[in-house]
Design a protein around this ligand. Structure first.
Ligand SMILES: [Zn+2]
Length: 483
């Protein structure tokens, strides 16, 4: 090799090395991408009507420019220049809402089935409310390996007291030290809240509140039966699932119940709540609800829970639910004594009244479903739309308020209003494209045409293809099989 050839060779080598360096830093350094706008993945949604979930205004003929995973620009369609490298989606005649959040689900081992189903229903974020830490590892591993999934925040394992059961998603605590240790374990696994359960003794509840504070984690869940709602909220309790304890807390017989009622099991607790609902004390309620607003306590009604569990047939939309799960549900339904179904129906009939009172008092709420295959007739994603419908038709919310429970309110609860909750510049590009106006009829949230998750467009057809279907079985079929 001559000297000139050698120089040329070295230069080539150096050039290649530098190109590789640029490529590598380009992958890891987000600032690099800002210098090269043309290289960014761009999605443009044209001629859309944006639903402003803050004000309830409809803004027509808008063009949304999405760069990578963020909404970069929104403007009148006639004024916006579209880069020629962009992927363009015409949304003429369609409505764009923020991606929906289901604030109470249990993914457990069902995540491979549940996550595509949630996405196909426009759910771009979930708050998982109790699973084993093994399950937490499984989801995180799958998502890191590239599984498409809604944004996920989770509680980790549920902190409970009382006699130990087999449930792998719960720990049964005996001492304050155990309680503190459980908080630490969840925190180490990346939990974004600590969930407590009905039978956690008050002394351990106090230890949990204290330990969680050290990690900056909110505490929510089932209000323990030994703890009054007024005390819990003063201590910073953040979300009240299933409205547990609220009938007791707003009744004139609260003292009597805390002194005399046996609430050591679900039946005893439920009967106390139903009894308390007959003794509503509006002055007491107003005071409590004011504290909710001041302290930002979020009730999560999960009205659909009682509706689903009171059903005596398999929901015809269970075609998305694996056969083995449907068979299990059919067995549970046929083995459930009518008294229990009646009890569920009774709670089902009292809950809407509390939702109305909270809403009248101006307390914002969160949409949650309690979806899990452990309980009958819960269908991931589908149940969230049922919850929104119930919030309107039975809870007295306007369609806008119902939409807020799954968009704007979760962003506030999560303290992520900067990136979630509305369709605005600078936020994450999590969107749902609807064929019909959800402010006219809340059921129109089911008229899904496409979903955008982290800036990635998924058409309805693609979403449906990612979801498996099964034949729907009848409870009678299982009864015949069992006999
Ligand atoms: Zn739950």
């Amino acid at each position: 090799m001559s000297l000139i050839e050698e120089k040329r060779y070295l230069r080539k080598l150096l050039f290649g090395f530098m190109a590789l360096l640029i490529l590598l830093t380009g992958c890891t350094d987000p600032n690099y991408a800002n210098n090269e706008p043309e290289s960014k993945q761009t999605l443009v949604i044209q001629h859309a009507t944006i639903v402003d979930v803050r004000s309830g205004k409809l803004v027509s003929d808008q063009t949304i420019t999405i760069t990578e995973n963020k909404i970069n620009h929104i403007g009148n369609s006639e004024d916006v220049d579209i880069p020629d490298f962009a992927q363009v989606r015409d949304a003429k005649g369609q409505y764009v809402i923020p991606g929906l959040w289901d604030m109470h689900v249990h993914l457990e081992e069902n995540y491979k089935n549940a996550l595509p189903l949630l996405l196909a229903n426009g759910v771009t974020g979930v708050r998982e409310m109790g699973a084993s830490l093994t399950n937490v590892d499984q989801w995180n591993k799958s998502i890191q390996a590239g599984m498409t999934a809604p944004h996920l925040v989770y509680a980790g394992m549920i902190l409970n007291g009382g006699p130990a059961d087999e449930a792998p998603h719960m720990v049964y605590l005996k001492t304050a030290e155990e309680a503190r240790e459980a908080v630490r374990l969840n925190a180490e696994k990346g939990a974004s809240l600590i969930k407590v359960y009905s039978w956690l003794p008050r002394s351990l509840f106090l230890a949990v509140m204290d330990e969680a504070k050290k990690f900056g984690l909110p505490v929510g869940g089932h209000l323990p039966v030994e703890v009054r709602a007024s005390e819990a909220v003063q201590l910073g309790f953040k979300s009240i699932e299933h409205l547990h304890g609220l009938f007791i807390a707003t009744s004139s017989i609260e003292d009597d119940i805390f002194e005399n009622a046996d609430m050591s099991d679900l039946l005893g607790y439920s009967l106390a709540e139903i009894e308390a609902s007959q003794h509503y004390d509006s002055e007491k309620a107003d005071k409590l609800f004011r504290t909710f607003k001041e302290k930002e306590v979020w009730p999560v009604p999960t009205m659909v829970t009682y509706l689903n569990m009171a059903k005596t047939e398999i929901d015809p939309r269970s075609k998305y639910v694996p056969t083995a799960v449907q068979e299990y549900w059919a067995e549970v339904i046929s083995a459930t004594p009518p008294e229990q179904t009646e009890l569920m129906a009774a709670i089902n009939s009292t809950t809407p009244g509390m939702v109305q009172k909270l809403n009248d008092a101006g307390v914002p709420m969160l949409a949650g479903t309690d979806s899990s295959y452990e309980m009958t007739n819960f269908i991931y994603g589908v149940s969230l739309h049922d919850e929104l419908e119930m919030l309107v038709k039975r809870g007295g919310l306007t369609p806008l308020q119902a939409l807020q429970t799954a968009t704007l309110n979760p962003s506030r609860y999560l303290d992520r209003e900067q990136e979630l909750g509305t369709v605005e510049e600078g936020k994450l590009a999590d969107l749902v494209l609807l064929d019909k106006n959800p402010l006219e009829d809340i059921r129109n949230t089911t008229s899904i045409s496409a979903v955008v998750l982290d800036g990635k467009l998924m058409e309805k057809q693609t979403l449906d293809q990612s979801v498996k279907t099964y034949p729907v079985i009848q409870v009678a079929d299982i009864k015949d099989k069992l006999e």
